[in-house]
Design a protein around this ligand. Structure first.
Ligand SMILES: *[C@@H]1O[C@H](CO)[C@@H](O)[C@H](O)[C@H]1NC(C)=O
Ligand SMILES: *[C@@H]1O[C@H](CO)[C@@H](O)[C@H](O)[C@H]1NC(C)=O
Ligand SMILES: *[C@@H]1O[C@H](CO)[C@@H](O)[C@H](O)[C@H]1NC(C)=O
Ligand SMILES: *[C@@H]1O[C@H](CO)[C@@H](O)[C@H](O)[C@H]1NC(C)=O
Ligand SMILES: *[C@@H]1O[C@H](CO)[C@@H](O)[C@H](O)[C@H]1NC(C)=O
Ligand SMILES: *[C@@H]1O[C@H](CO)[C@@H](O)[C@H](O)[C@H]1NC(C)=O
Ligand SMILES: *[C@@H]1O[C@H](CO)[C@@H](O)[C@H](O)[C@H]1NC(C)=O
Ligand SMILES: *[C@@H]1O[C@H](CO)[C@@H](O)[C@H](O)[C@H]1NC(C)=O
Length: 817
């Protein structure tokens, strides 16, 4: 009987070329072929064969019916079917094992084996949670009671955490369910990035690259993971963390079933959560990982705390001092802090309370679920290696006890939310600080005077002799040399075909850029610095080594240099998608950047700038931010380029006046163009222009409102004032966008281009505004908002000689004062 059905099916397939379409169940003998799909009962999800991105390889996977490109699970992620379409067959055998076969040779590409005995009535269904299940029982009977689960895809996650999925350990079988990124958008194979539950100490969640921890989402505190400051219940999602002898897992559950929700680690390691409210037209980013520097795991080393609003961001805990002061002074915090005086352990120690904290790494912590805080303190005092304690669960009055030994790692200060941590200090430290109220006033004043004098002396020194400063810088740089690869000139000449015009990618502010291909196939971008700069070999080399240390996913990576004779070449990673201006200002290409991508790009640029301004040890002001300096990688992630050159080629004061005004018309703020004053806020202005250009698809410099003689900034401002800001949105984005995000972008853009530098927010505030953590003030009129502002300011108000570059690509202008 069974074999007759199989035969009948084959005959059907052979006779009718048009494949069977979709169904809701698979039973043994009833195959799923390429072109057919298995659909969940309410029709939300589909399982079938697909080819990701531009690849031809075929995979079996599951996706959202409304959004077929959103694949949330792949069966054969590391074993694609060969490129001939139509060969894949999904089969369920009578033992309840799913087999994915290549019909051309009957090879098993993938299987869901966990059962070896003949099972009664196995069947396969795709549930309305997106879970693909193999069950036994009466499939069509739907009574449920008689069914038993054999296998489920939720036990084998790919890059997506779906509501209902358990992330973590089955302690009985020792199996661990974790997320791992795709290799690329064309290849669902297991990539570098993963998100895992770590069972050591008090369990936590880590985001890893290979075996290296990138970000610690932290342990569970009853409301959320300690890496998230917010303790407000989410209206859509309920999170839980379960720990018992059988299981240790993290799980999200949907509260509201008219919403889709998913958390994904993308191929570049960024974790993002998305929701889709049914009434809306598409996915919305709810949260994007690592919005600030302090999220980088253990940035500040041991026993110190990262405070994003502080400068520098790292600070030792009370009673501790930097292990290596020299490194610490140059913002190399890896070494961390050690105790100034070791503990007495004679019962005289006390605890300093820190509030609003992301608790330290708990991977070697001890805990007890029932102790209260007082017992916890006692327990800590009894063991000399105990360095801190806190409550385990912060709901209500707080309960449980969590204890740290020896050292504290990866702590962060939250502006709001966070938890209390009690750090063990010497009694003398405590007393000292208790007296602070009276004693410190005088001290502070003295300190203030001392600093004032020092600054005065320093400014004289800077004026008097930049030479000394430069020499000192050279020495400092040498000390922290981390050698970067130097390439032989002959290799680069070969790679770029002797700087052939064919390989020229463009002209940057400091010279032309060429594409190079090494013999092993690696692609490079080679910047040939114009020889005008008077810098010497050693100086440039040291500078380059410093720049090479700046690493952030939104900065173009410098991979090496070549300094031989007159040639000074910087070698960067190659960006296949060129720069942002190639997309947003081009009628055909602009369609490739939908709203979601643009929204990501705005966030990415902002994060790159936060790094340059606030966190990087060099505190770089870019001074020539523009769309052509924002490069796009294969996944359309933005990367800021030319950032370190600002420092190499120009004087390196942080906030100053300069004799040379360097920049690009349309992106320079008023105070810079007219008075040569620059600061971090100059970059903020340029960022605002870029944001408005990204939203509108129009160039600030070229755009001109025919009626009002306004440039893009003025135009945006006028629409904003008239309550018509949405009209700014690029026509080609009108099909899919989120109005709230567009409005937020426009408002942030306008705030960034305010006339007065003081009115512009700084980059970390901008990131908070973009992710919706900060209220947006109302913008005032922008600087430079009529189209005639630039020429007038430049020519008549200040007598400066202007050198226009004839090259359209190189709009960067040098103005000698
Ligand atoms: C694959 O197996 C089926 C059924 O067992 C058989 O009819 C078919 O000839 C096989 N195909 C190849 C290429 O071996
Ligand atoms: C099936 O079992 C083999 C051998 O035990 C194992 O290597 C393979 O990963 C299993 N496949 C699945 C999908 O679990
Ligand atoms: C197969 O997996 C299911 C769900 O993961 C489990 O409940 C069942 O015990 C497993 N069966 C065997 C034989 O391992
Ligand atoms: C679920 O979400 C939708 C869309 O946001 C909303 O209209 C509806 O009221 C929500 N339902 C519940 C029960 O919260
Ligand atoms: C964090 O830094 C800000 C800015 O310097 C400061 O006001 C705040 O007190 C700091 N927080 C802590 C706990 O040190
Ligand atoms: C580090 O900086 C502090 C304060 O600015 C200074 O007192 C100290 O001498 C510096 N130490 C070194 C080794 O540079
Ligand atoms: C936790 O502490 C309570 C109270 O001190 C104690 O009774 C209990 O045994 C402890 N549990 C563990 C697992 O240590
Ligand atoms: C203190 O705690 C550490 C870590 O749990 C443990 O190895 C050590 O034995 C304890 N010492 C005492 C005196 O209890």
């Amino acid at each position: 009987m069974e074999s007759f059905r199989v035969l009948y099916l084959y005959t059907l397939l052979i006779c009718f070329i048009k494949p069977l379409t979709s169904r809701d169940i698979i039973t043994p003998g009833n195959l799923l072929r390429d072109g057919e799909t298995l659909v969940s009962s309410r029709g939300f999800f589909e399982l079938g064969f697909f080819s990701p991105g531009s690849s031809n390889a075929r995979y079996l996977g599951a996706w959202y019916k409304k959004s077929p490109s959103t694949i949330f699970w792949v069966a054969n992620r590391d074993k694609p079917l060969n490129n001939d379409r139509g060969n894949g067959v999904l089969q369920l055998n009578d033992r309840g094992v799913l087999l994915l076969l290549d019909a051309s040779n009957n090879n098993t590409v993938w299987s869901s084996n966990n059962s070896s005995i003949k099972e009664y009535n196995p069947f396969v269904q795709l549930l309305d949670s997106g879970n693909l299940v193999v069950k036994i029982g009466y499939g069509s009977d739907n009574s449920g009671n008689l069914e038993q689960l054999l296998w489920q895809s939720f036990d084998y996650p790919c890059d997506t955490l779906m509501p209902g999925m358990k992330l973590g350990w089955d302690q009985e079988t020792g199996s661990n369910r974790f997320l791992s990124s795709w290799k690329s958008s064309d290849d669902p194979g297991r990539g570098d990035y993963a998100m895992k539950v770590d069972r050591r100490g008090y369990p936590q969640i880590f985001e890893l690259k290979g075996s290296e921890v990138m970000v610690r989402a932290g342990s569970w505190n009853g409301f959320s993971l300690t890496g998230f400051a917010n303790h407000i219940p989410d209206p859509v999602i309920n999170a839980e963390f379960v720990m018992n002898e059988k299981e240790v897992y993290f799980k999200l559950d949907l509260i509201n079933n008219s919403v889709f929700f998913r958390y994904v680690i993308n191929p570049s390691g960024i974790g993002q959560s998305f929701d889709w409210v049914i009434q809306r037209s598409g996915w919305r980013v709810v949260h994007t990982g690592t919005p600030d520097t302090c999220a980088n795991y253990a940035l500040c080393g041991t026993n110190s705390i990262c405070n994003i609003s502080n400068n520098p961001v790292c600070e030792c805990l009370r009673g501790y001092a930097p292990k290596n002061l020299k490194d610490w002074n140059v913002s190399d915090w890896n070494g961390g802090c050690t105790r100034r005086v070791s503990l007495n352990c004679d019962g005289g120690d006390g605890f300093k309370q820190y509030t609003g904290i992301k608790l330290p790494d708990t991977s070697s912590s001890w805990y007890n679920m029932t102790m209260d805080l007082e017992e916890c303190k006692k327990t800590c005092l009894q063991n000399c290696s105990c360095v801190a304690y806190s409550n385990l669960d912060i709901r209500g009055e707080g309960s449980g006890c969590l204890i740290w030994f020896d050292q504290l790692l990866d702590m962060k200060q939250f502006p709001t939310g966070g938890q209390d941590l009690y750090v063990r200090v010497l009694a003398s430290d405590l007393d000292h600080f208790r007296d602070e109220g009276r004693g410190s006033m005088g001290k502070k004043k003295l300190y203030g005077i001392a600093v004032g004098c020092a600054l005065f002396v320093m400014s004289i020194m800077i004026l008097g002799s930049t030479l000394i400063a430069k020499k000192r810088k050279l020495r400092n740089s040498r000390k922290e040399v981390m050698n970067i690869p130097t390439f032989g000139l002959s290799i680069i000449i070969k790679a770029t075909d002797n700087f052939s015009i064919v390989n020229k990618l463009g002209e940057g502010g400091f010279g032309p850029v060429y594409k190079g291909t090494l013999e092993d196939g690696q692609e490079l971008a080679v910047k040939r610095l114009s020889t005008k700069s008077g810098q010497g070999f050693e100086e440039l080399r040291n500078e380059v080594e410093l720049i090479a240390k700046l690493q952030h996913r939104n900065l173009v990576k410098l991979i090496g240099c070549c300094i031989e004779g007159e040639e000074k070449l910087l070698i960067y990673e190659y960006m296949p998608n060129k720069s942002l201006d190639h997309f947003i200002f081009d009628e055909t290409h602009s369609k490739l950047l939908d709203w979601l991508k643009r929204w990501h790009i705005v966030h990415g640029i902002a994060r790159g700038l936060v790094y340059l301004h606030i966190d990087s040890r060099l505190r770089i002001i870019h001074r020539d931010l523009k769309t052509s300096n924002i490069l796009l990688d294969a996944f359309m992630n933005p990367k800021i380029s030319d950032f370190g050159l600002a420092r190499t080629f120009w004087d390196d004061q942080i906030e100053a006046n300069t004799n040379k005004v360097v920049g690009t018309y349309g992106y320079m703020p008023p105070e810079y163009v007219t008075r040569g004053q620059f600061s971090m806020k100059s970059d903020v202005f340029s960022f605002g222009v870029i944001v408005l250009e990204i939203v509108s698809g129009k160039k600030n410099r070229i755009f001109s409102d025919p009626e009002y003689y306004l440039n893009l900034l003025g135009h945006a401002w006028r629409l904003w004032m008239q309550g018509r800001a949405m009209e700014l949105l690029d026509e080609c984005l009108k099909e899919s966008y989120a109005e709230s995000e567009v409005m937020r972008c426009i408002q942030v853009g306008l705030l960034c281009v305010q006339q007065r530098a003081e009115d512009r927010p700084d980059m970390s505030a901008i990131v908070s505004m973009l992710i919706g953590e900060k209220l947006l003030p109302q913008p005032k009129a922008p600087g430079f908002y009529t189209s005639s502002d630039f020429p007038r300011d430049l020519t008549s108000l200040h007598q400066r000689s202007i050198q226009f570059s004839q090259n359209e690509i190189s709009e960067t202008t040098l103005l000698g004062r």
